[in-house]
Ligand binder design. Sequence first.
Ligand code: ZN
Length: 413
Amino acid sequence: MIENDDRVLIFAPHPDDDILGCGVIIHDCIERKVPVKVVYLTYGDGNELSFIKFNKWDLPVVIPHEVKEMGERRHAEAIAGEENLGLDKSNLLFLGYPDFGTMDIWRKHWGVEQAAKGLFTRANKVPYSDAKRPGAKYKGEEIMRDISEIIENFNPTKVFVSHLYDHHPDHQALHLYVRSALMTLGSSIPLLSYLVHYTHWPDPQGYHPDSPLEPPLPIDPELVWTTSPLTEKGKGQKYNSIKKHETQYKANPTMLESFIRTNELFSSIPMISLTEAKTGFEGVNGEVESEHPISHNIKIEDGNLDQIIRYTKVLEKRATIFLYLFPFQQQVKFSRLPKWCLKITKSHVRLYDQSKLVISDKIVHHHDLKNRSIEVSIPLDFFPNASHLFIQTVNKIEHITVNWTRWKILQLV
Ligand SMILES: [Zn+2]
């Protein structure tokens, strides 16, 4: 997968994802003397699993300075893991955005909105002095700025990033930031995605070094997977690097060892073309696993974006469906474009641009309780000159996410 003239850039949501997803890619780069850089979105300071193992009172750590200590510890583990593969720490960049908070930033902390507050650190800006840009606010445009600068300065030929269909929100968010940064730069560099968190995957769990790593089933049949084989030497080095992530390895060795297989696995994620010319259904299917009983279908007709959200279980009285629709166009800064969110309950639909309520009588909404479907029609004027739309549906009961559809990227032109 790696050529001798490559320049490889790897984005990891947390320390250890780089090794789990791309350990052997990095090993391969070192062997071939191919330049490689690893970028960590967070310090991994909010990892409950490892906290339980490391707090002397057997309680999850939620005291900000102890959280920061965990961040520093995972920072040191990341360096040790990469040095074990032969990658000097000068090739590692730590951004320091909030663990478990980067999807919240993606959804509602852009432009005029206030910075987000880290769930564990309680900070609203990067609190680490050894981060790339200490003091950078927890805002979408700050993350985009860091990612875009790194891509422009390093000029990679291949970019690896966490998978959009991963079940961890930071993993999805990092994919969205990197994807939109590449789109803004007008770049066509291959973007390869690796999966880490997905229900009942890798299957089987645990140390099975002679078994292949196969894509989870069922997952989107449109995805094309590429495998990169592991040599015995690469496998051994990957295993040792995993063990350098002591906090994680002690908390869940079975999960981490599941990534010592005969190969690593990557996919690209195709955009979905959706234009008025294609009057037929160019749908966006939701999760098909039984734990995600919601689907979201879209078409463009008569200058409107028509959507049908179907759910298989009875919608709870207190349930709210959040429909996110983020337009993209290359000429306007992404932070300045609206971040639409329709909040749909049994009785009404309200439109927000991040936290701001927008009054509009142009949105047509019909909730068919009997057939368990919601139809929403939005004029395309809400997305002027947009070339793409990032969309997702989330079903919440109060603050708890019950189910969701995957983020999808629609191509409108
Ligand atoms: Zn992770």
